[in-house]
Every structure is written in structure tokens, then in C-alpha cells.
Write a protein that binds this ligand. Structure first.
Ligand code: ATP
Length: 204
């Protein structure tokens, strides 16, 4: 397997890029989806969260009320640290489990981890792909297409690595400042870059 890290700021276009890479044949390991999986009702993570934050984080249907959780940790650094201490180990273990299953295959595995730069070298990758966009454009897209509030997006951005920090770590950059067609062309170039990373092992 060849592991490629995929990251980018909030609203940069990571999901769109990972779908395009999946269409090219990559296996996408989506950290956000794993977070949702490990927080299903009845899991140890769900139970630990309810024990720490109280029944107010459970919605009427018994599932996690994500907005309520976000509210609790929004301005409370200790609560956020506690939440991460509950959730991150389970997510990390699940990512490792999936990687082990793929280890002996020829797959290109795209690790879509929003905080990959922040979490330093937690997962060894052959290359880091960064989706880059002007944060103001990302804010406009999230407000227009997702109905998020501008203040909420800015607050989340403030907790993430900066655009420059991400670019400094990037091995290849996808510029998502254009149209979706432009983005497709950028993903074609990125796929060529990935194929080239594979080449040395093919020659051996
Ligand atoms: P998040 O950080 O919230 O997970 P993300 O980085 O995965 O977001 P996407 O969901 O792929 O980003 O994109 C954010 C929004 O911007 C989506 O509504 C998406 O459809 C839109 N979008 C992405 N790229 C473009 C583009 N090139 N042109 C117009 N809209 C775009």
C-alpha cells in the first residue's frame, strides 16, 4: 500500500477531493466518518462522553447530539481536551486497524484527516497532499453551500493550523480556488504525482 495524507483547512474541499481520488481507485480512510462510527450509541466512546458531559449531549432519538457537544466544548479548553482524550485513541486505533488490513495490498490509501498537520507525525505517510484555498473563499463556500455561520467557521479556523503552516508541510498542493472543473484537473495532476511515488517500488 502507498499511504497519502490528505488535509486542508475547514471548507477547503477535502471531501470533494477525496471523492475524486476514490473515483480514480484510491481507498479513502475518512477520519471524520470514523469519529462518527466510534460515537454510535452503545459504544465505549459514547458511554464515556455521556458520563463526562451528561445526558444533555444525547438527542431525543438516543444518538449523540453533535451540536450540543460542540456547544459544550466551544469555549471550554478543558472540556475540549477531555473530549479529545476520550475520542482520539479510539479513532487512532480504528485507523491503525484499517491500515493493517490494507498493508499488504497494492492500494493507494488516502488518509483524510482534517487535523493531520496538527497531529504531527501520528500516521506515517509517503506524501502529504494539501488542499489549499484562500480562507475567505472557504468561508463564503461554507456559508453559501452549507448554511454555516461565518462566526462559527472563523472560530473553527482559529483552532486549526494556519494556511502557511499547512503549505510548509505539503509535499503536493491542490489549489481549490477555481471551479469544480479546475479542481478535477488539479486532482488529475495530483494522481500523476501519486503514481510517480509508486514508481520506485515498481522498478525494484
Ligand atoms: P470540512 O472541513 O467541513 O470537512 P471540506 O474541506 O471537506 O470541508 P468540502 O465539503 O469538499 O470541504 O467543500 C466545502 C464546500 O465548498 C462544499 O459545499 C463544496 O461543495 C464546496 N466546494 C468545494 N470546492 C468547490 C469549488 N471548487 N467551487 C465551488 N464550490 C466548491
Amino acid at each position: 500500500m502507498l499511504v497519502i495524507g490528505l488535509t486542508g483547512g475547514i471548507g477547503s474541499g477535502k471531501s470533494t477531493v477525496s471523492a475524486l481520488l476514490a473515483a480514480k481507485g484510491a481507498v479513502v480512510v475518512d477520519a471524520d466518518a470514523i469519529v462518527r462510527d466510534v460515537q454510535q450509541p452503545g459504544t465505549p466512546v459514547f458511554d464515556a462522553m455521556v458520563e463526562r458531559f451528561g445526558p444533555g449531549i444525547v438527542a431525543g432519538d438516543g444518538a449523540l447530539d453533535r451540536a450540543a457537544v460542540a456547544e459544550v466544548v466551544f469555549n471550554d479548553a478543558q472540556a475540549l481536551a477531555d473530549l479529545n482524550a476520550i475520542v482520539h485513541p479510539a479513532v487512532g486505533a480504528e485507523i491503525v486497524r484499517r491500515m493493517e488490513q490494507l498493508a499488504d495490498t497494492d492500494e493507494v490509501v488516502v488518509l483524510d484527516v482534517p487535523l493531520l498537520v496538527e497531529s504531527k507525525n501520528a500516521y506515517p505517510v509517503a506524501g502529504l497532499l494539501v488542499v489549499d484555498v484562500d480562507p475567505e473563499l472557504a468561508i463564503r463556500r461554507l456559508v453559501e453551500h452549507r448554511g454555516m455561520s461565518e462566526g462559527d467557521v472563523r472560530a473553527r479556523m482559529a483552532r486549526q493550523a494556519s494556511r502557511d503552516e499547512r503549505l510548509a508541510r505539503a509535499d503536493h498542493v491542490i489549489d481549490n480556488s477555481g471551479t469544480l472543473d479546475d479542481l478535477r484537473a488539479q486532482v488529475d495532476v495530483a494522481w500523476d504525482w501519486i503514481e510517480n511515488l509508486k514508481a520506485p517500488s515498481r522498478d525494484r
